[in-house]
Design a protein around this ligand. Structure first.
Ligand code: TXA
Ligand code: MG
Length: 348
């Protein structure tokens, strides 16, 4: 299949509006089109068509029990998808939409493809905060199911180039709108019970959610070796092809680990923060985000993991971030990317 690339440079121009309509027409026809959101690139498909949704699972190599998020362009688009909107969900939408918050609600079965929700009786919905995403959904005039536009298990794509690496020839097209801003996926909150539950940490922090709705729980299944409520959270994710180990400790401790690997004859890459870049002695050091502004770490993280795969390193040793604010979501992704392979200072 030929994968068309539509480059958007001025969304208000007639030329770019025509490109977005062309991309939307593919979605209406049941084809797959990747497009940028504020979090990561999504792989869009009509949420109404079984065949279109099945193509998403096939192109990504995604397990069929992992449901998709349905993207809408306005709150009013929800009426056909969900059976009720509890007060708390309404407050969350008012505060955080459009934005990196996905809300799980009770669904209206029969109104969309059953493959979207992988057999669950709830549906995850979100209104992205990106002019291109909103424009395409509006132009298509249908709800759009869109997982991250990567091969299942790989780091999510934050540029059109990443999407091309994973899905060229497998999808009808890619809308190239440059790099995404947040860099990691939306927070997923289950609002089907009285107290909302965070099922996936992401672009909106727990503190922000609590400030809006008061008490909020975290799915205990998010801890390693337990069973998460959100099917996607049980899979290893976001992993580079090269083995990746997180090192929880001081830069001096990380340097000791680098030296050990080098003594084994390994070509060692270090994923560091800008503040520590000059400290390490290794074969390759990549530092694009800054500890003083963890949002810059979130923004660049998946791109850095993909970059290491283009190099000759045998192993990546990575720094960690303090777990508060966006740091919680960053550490969730880094742990998964490493397959929970963490070396801790003072652990023995
Ligand atoms: O930022 C994002 O959310 C991106 C962009 C493209 O919008 N999308 C994204 O989709 O990350 P995906 O498919 O990579 O992740 C969706 C997550 C999975 O962990 C899935 O299990 C969970 O949402 N999910 C979807 N529907 C659910 C439901 N009904 N109940 C619980 N979890 C659900
Ligand atoms: Mg994903």
């Amino acid at each position: 299949m030929k994968t068309t690339i539509w480059e958007i440079t001025d969304i208000n121009s007639k030329k770019d509006q025509d490109k977005l309509q062309e991309a939307a027409n593919y979605l209406i026809k049941g084809e797959l089109v990747a497009f940028p959101t504020e979090t990561v690139y999504g792989l869009g498909a009509s949420a109404l068509e079984d065949e279109a949704v099945r193509k998403v699972f096939k192109a990504k190599g995604r397990p069929s029990d992992n449901p998709l998020i349905v993207h809408v362009a306005s709150q009013s688009d929800l009426s056909e998808l969900v059976s009720e909107i509890p007060e708390i969900a309404q407050q969350l939408m008012n505060q955080f939409w459009p934005g990196p918050l996905t809300i799980v609600l009770k669904s209206t079965p029969g109104k969309f493809s059953k493959y979207v929700t992988a057999g669950l009786d709830s549906i995850a919905v979100r209104m992205p905060d990106h002019p291109i995403a909103l424009s395409i959904i509006k132009a298509a005039g249908i709800p759009i199911a869109a997982p991250s536009a990567n091969q299942s298990g790989r780091p999510s794509p934050t540029t059109a180039k990443h999407v091309l690496e994973d899905l060229t020839g497998l999808i009808a097209g890619i809308v190239d709108g440059g790099s995404t801003k947040v860099g990691l996926e939306s927070t997923v909150v289950d609002c089907t019970e009285a107290v909302p539950i965070i099922l996936r940490q992401g672009g909106v922090t727990q503190t922000q959610l609590e400030a809006c709705v008061g008490i909020i729980e975290i799915d205990p299944g998010l801890k390693p070796a337990s069973t998460p409520k959100s099917p996607g959270q049980k899979y290893q994710h976001y992993a580079p092809k090269v083995p990746f180990i997180l090192v929880a400790g001081s830069p001096a401790f990380l340097q000791v680990e680098i030296n050990k690997m080098k003594a084994q004859g390994k070509c060692v890459g270090v994923y560091a923060w800008k503040e520590h870049e000059a400290i390490y002695n290794a074969d390759l050091i990549i530092a694009e985000g800054s500890l003083s502004d963890p949002a810059t770490i979130a923004e660049t993280m998946y791109g850095v993991l993909r970059k290491f795969d283009q190099t000759k390193v045998d192993i990546i040793l990575g720094e960690i971030v303090p777990e508060f604010g966006i740091g919680t979501a960053i550490m969730d992704r880094l742990r998964r990317a490493s397959g929970h392979n963490v070396i801790t200072e003072h652990s023995n």
